[in-house]
Design a protein around this ligand. Sequence first.
Ligand code: AMP
Length: 279
Amino acid sequence: MKIMVAIKRVIDYAVKIRVKPDKSGVETSNVKMSMNPFDEIALEEALRIKESGRASEVVAVSVGPSQCVDTLRTGLAMGADRAIHVEFPGTLYPLSIAKIFKALVDAEKPGLLLLGKQAIDDDCNQTGQMVAGLLKWPQGTFASKVVLDEENKVVTVDREVDGGLETLCLDLPAVITTDLRLNQPRYATLPNIMKAKSKVIKKLTPQDLKVEIKSDLEVIQVTEPPKRKAGVILSSVDELIDRLKNEARVGPQWKRPHIIERGARRGYVRSNIIQTIER
Ligand code: AMP
């Protein structure tokens, strides 16, 4: 069975984001770019499934400008067998990406499509769900555990939901999006980085896949979040409760005052709690 993994090139998670002066987006020039962290987890999971003998090939796919090749090379160095780059220099939105993935799945026929639960640049959390809808495949989103049963053509997915763990059994082929706790991605070793140089990266365009890229939404403006106020250390629980009541306007609907009191007694509740409650 073949596994296809979506890999997006995004601003590195450790970079401090700067908004462009004209508020049209965030600054991406001269900024370190990396593989979307949730996609690293998706790739790691695909590699583990292959290493356990339950898949024969891992294909990494990225859509975007020419520099996506660098991100795909990282994926190949981690262990993907080959890669596909769908080159498109402009802005892309989840529905366009999902249509491209559908076309790639129709051509490549993988048994499993793995994506990150969300891209950390646009935070859309839509592409996996959309492509599952377009393919009419079952989907397991926010996976924290994946167990593939190739013989019975099913995959079991644990999802961390508000009330606990939800376990789904999906018929293959299926779409899975990965959550943070699924695994710890490996680093590419030097020999594998060298080996990756000779692995194949196929180039395609949306036209080759007969996908028309239309902008289905418009970003009106991007602004920085308001600056956080400096914290203050309060002298007593009474003062904290007074501030919660009169500044943060937390009334009797506040369900768990004992937690605040307990925290305040331990000395680690500062005014940022007030800010949290205000939000
Ligand atoms: P999003 O819906 O934008 O939050 O993205 C969710 C997931 O879809 C990401 O974690 C990637 O796995 C995949 N994805 C989104 N955009 C791209 C892209 N341009 N190239 C490859 N994969 C993508």
